[in-house]
Design a protein around this ligand. Structure first.
Ligand SMILES: [Zn+2]
Length: 332
């Protein structure tokens, strides 16, 4: 049984391809981080090697070994803590791809973070995709597929994973993971339709703790002077240089917070993301006008765009800090 939630269209396409023996030699799985690309890739690797009646059965020896990461014909690679996937990784996979399957029916190579292939590595992969060896399937996973070479993406069948509605995530958390209702509601909203993120936050308390720290900082800046704001801009710029993903997560937190302020100001508080901070949000919203909130949200969207286009993060954050509305005495 497929373990991926809320991607029915993709699953029926894959079921059909498996039944009719028309599986592509390369797929590109796109979608935000934690949406389920990794789970789908493993499931597809299982389905291609499964000995059970229903593909993937999840029970046979082959399915089990793939799940445990022990199957000799399923090879995942990813960025891990590096900044790019290099040519040596791809050469290694190419060598394996030219050998026949060892214990299964089909070799499966899973390249996570495929948008971070170096130019050399991408060109090398392109050559392999142009002349695909038999009984080999390539699964490329990418959250920012626009960074991939168009010559690579055009050789893959696209599978776009969509975020799952938050009500559905909430239900899964309660029914399948025994999460209590309030926590399930919070995680379902914070995860933006990515069940994998909710499960990560469930398994690791640090995720929510880190979010609280980031929110505390964000709130404290509302009434801070320029010196403090610029120090924050510098801190974030440094963080971004060291860890691009952490930087992007902080921007998401800011966006969620300010969207929530707009929802509260517009009388739609039932739709807010940060349900556990409703009081603090209401208090801050009282001191702001709707046009101030809209103006700052536009600035945040601009920051997100600038960062993705490699504008100097320090300059981008400093500009944002200059535009952060300041209220010494909230209006009532
Ligand atoms: Zn199986």
């Amino acid at each position: 049984m497929w373990q991926v939630i809320g991607q029915d269209k993709i699953l029926s396409l894959l079921d059909y391809s498996l039944k009719t023996n028309s599986v592509a030699h390369a797929y590109l799985l796109v979608g935000p981080r934690h949406v389920g690309k990794g789970t789908l890739a493993l499931n597809l690797a299982q389905a291609l090697n499964c000995d059970g009646p229903e593909l993937p059965c999840g029970q046979c020896r082959s399915c089990q070994r793939i799940l445990e990461g022990k199957h000799a014909d399923v090879t995942p690679i990813g960025l891990d803590s590096r900044t790019e996937i290099g040519i040596d990784d791809i050469r290694g996979l190419q060598h394996l791809a030219n050998l026949p399957p060892y214990e299964g029916k089909c070799k499966v190579f899973i390249i996570d973070d495929a948008e971070f292939l170096s130019t050399e590595a991408a060109n090398s992969l392109l050559k392999i995709l142009e002349e695909p060896p038999p009984r080999v399937v390539w699964l490329l996973l990418a959250a920012e597929e626009e960074r991939l070479l168009p010559t690579i993406t055009s050789r893959c069948q696209w599978l776009e994973l969509k975020p799952v509605p938050s009500e559905q995530v909430q239900e899964i958390l309660i029914k399948s993971y025994n999460v209590e209702a309030d926590k399930a509601k919070l995680l379902a909203r914070l995860c933006h339709g990515r069940l994998g993120w909710a499960l990560l936050a469930l398994a690791n308390e640090d995720v929510l703790e880190q979010r609280s720290q980031r929110i505390a900082k964000l709130v404290s800046l509302a009434n801070a002077g320029l010196e403090q704001r610029f120090a924050y801009a510098q801190e974030l710029a440094n963080q971004f240089t060291q860890n691009r993903r952490a930087g992007a997560e902080i921007i998401e937190i800011w966006l969620d917070w300010w969207r929530d302020l707009m929802l509260i100001k517009s009388g739609c508080q039932e739709a807010i993301i940060n349900v556990d901070y409703e009081t603090a949000l209401k208090e801050q919203a009282r001191g702001l006008t709707l046009s101030e909130i809209e103006g700052f949200l536009a600035n945040l969207c601009l920051l997100q765009e600038e960062i993705s286009q490699n504008v100097n993060p320090r300059l981008a954050w400093e500009r944002l800090m200059l535009n952060l509305p300041r209220r010494e005495n909230p209006k009532h």
